[in-house]
Design a protein around this ligand. Sequence first.
Ligand code: SER
Length: 594
Amino acid sequence: MKTAEIRKRFLDFFEKRGHSILPSASLIPENDPSVLFNTAGMQPLVPYLLGQSHPAGKRLASSQKCVRTGDIDEIGDKTHATFFEMLGNWSLGDYFKEEAITWSYEFLTSKEDGLGLDPNRLYVTVFEGNNDAPRDEEAASYWEAVGVPSHRIYFRGVEDNWWSAGDTGPCGPDSEMFYDITPEGLGDLSSEEFEAADEQQKVVEIWNDVFMSYEKKDGKVVGELSQKNIDTGAGLERLAAILQNKDNIFDIDIFDGLREDVLVKSTSDIGEEEKTRAVRILLDHTRTAIFLMSDGVVPSNTDQGYVLRRLIRRAIRYADVLGIEAGGAADFGELIIKEYEDIYPELRHKQNIMDIFLAEINKFRITLEKGIRRFQAYGANNSISGTEAFDLYQTYGFPVELTLELASEKGITIDMDAYNKEMERHQSLSRSGAEQKFKGGLAGTGEMETKYHSATHLLHQALRDVLGDHVQQKGSNITSERLRFDFIHPDKMTDEEKKKVEDIVNAKIAEGLPMQSVTLSREEAEKTGALHFFADKYGDEVNVYYIGNDMESAYSKEFCGGPHVTNIGDLGTFKIKKEESTAAGIRRVKAVLV
Ligand code: SER
């Protein structure tokens, strides 16, 4: 079964069972500075899992784009990828364990409208219980009711069968489904045999049903949520590999054309194993980079932009390893866009994406030349220290494999132990930075964040008033200390323009207008003239937030999921701190409320 067919079957299956199908949210979490990327289908839904009402209802399903870069060094093996699509269905305080389990089983095994997987190759795990939640006999009983024999249901601990959205946020016990991918079939397995098969990847996890009814604060379960939710997630590429009898995710149909193209263009005679790894890295990184750029990320030295830069550089590096001529890596970008643009309309801004991609490739080529000169200087005495190797990595973006390869060509030695130590030190520094970031909590909906969110709407409209209607939101990022807003505008703002924008926003705050929302069909919502620039991101029902006593006379109207203040008179005084360029034609404003 083709990947597109699996995606379609999943969404159709849950639509038939009363779920609204949501378009994938952007890879960049909106109004949530605690994480760099959406790493799971539930992430954009956190406020709703915590109780806010969702305009599309209580039953939702989607195929969500996800990026996980924690395992970037493992890419090249059979299962890891930095980008993947997660199929998921959600109940926001509606159905619970029985329906979730019954439908999971039905979708996996039904030949008619599911995947037609063999029930004799299926195993499931459930939570064994602890002080926070009881042993999940209930989930086990529903599995038995659909036909999974009790000896194929394994009880496991919190490290395997509890899912949390970070240290703070919704969480709960889960139940995972595993599929036997051995040619011969493993049959019944004891608990120990199942553990071993899992470790050896003879069985692979294909779906996770989280019974998300608890809440965590600072790493501890603090109690039950006001509603019992279901959050499920299944990796699309993994399902495709199983259904296409492939032992790795890079051999699925989506990559067929790309793999062929890479192999045709590759002129190097490296060994098979090395070649396979390089091809997978090139495909994986290019795909992730293209999707990030389609969601508005541009290469830079911080946050998402830095991850993007690193991915592009590694992709080029592996294009080199494969002996693919300059320009080859860019061609793969185009092929990826072609493969996915029907499903993800944001990829249709092809020219824009390719311009950024090509500019970064060219820039890296120049850095590479400089780096090689630095390498030659460092290696003049035939040895390179750990600090020097790290500097090549850090300052010149040299992946260590490149340094090693150049060194071996020239008979230069590298102190790899010292390099690894330096790298570890750097990683633990950035990890503690990331942990700090995470502390804010996933939802990021504290009082100040909420105020900044409402101020962002005012700013958006004020910018349009002052600069013109070509102003469009390209990105927004909010912390409890400031707002950051990226928008389309060709020129640097003058001091006078900035002052005008501030004055308008502060005048509106002084009017003390209410901020209200209505849920409308998408069509009706569009008729209100409310701003909505991520055209393809909304479902059939949308929330429109407006600032004013009624929609007609409202100063600002915008499609938005909230949350917002109820009266904008509470915002304080608005001040622009900085205005700068982030990419050609895109300006960024940082502003505070004092
Ligand atoms: N949130 C869970 C996961 O990522 C299920 O969607 O596995």
